[in-house]
Design a protein around this ligand. Structure first.
Ligand SMILES: [Zn+2]
Length: 113
């Protein structure tokens, strides 16, 4: 999806620009006030930019922009939803912990593995 927006000079002598993001864009992108956005791909010709929401790991707070993020999520039948967005290191830790728990619980099972 593309939007054509106008950058305004901050008019404070800093040279900064202000880019107002309309509500329909926020809704379509799933962004909300307080989200951290990263500016990418500034092109000299045409001035096209790409904004990407920065996801911070819910455990350690690391930005997952470089690697992407993993999701541990539940949607229970009673309507309750819960989840964690995790950086690669925290996701790997969670997976290793769960796999180790599985191995311990099935240590004496016959015919498995
Ligand atoms: Zn983490």
């Amino acid at each position: 999806m593309r939007w054509k927006l106008i950058c305004r000079d901050a008019a404070d002598g800093s040279g900064d620009l202000i880019l107002e993001l309309p509500d329909d864009l926020l809704q379509a992108a799933g962004w909300k006030v307080g989200d951290i956005l990263e500016l990418e791909g500034v092109q000299a010709n045409g001035g096209a930019i790409q904004l990407t929401k920065t996801v911070l790991c819910d455990v350690c707070g690391t930005s997952t922009t470089e690697t992407g993020h993993g999701v541990l999520q539940a949607q229970w039948r009673d309507g309750e939803c819960e989840g964690l967005r995790l950086c690669k290191a925290c996701f790997s830790y969670a997976m290793a912990t769960l796999r180790r728990e599985h191995e311990v619980r099935h240590l004496f099972d016959e015919g498995e593995q």
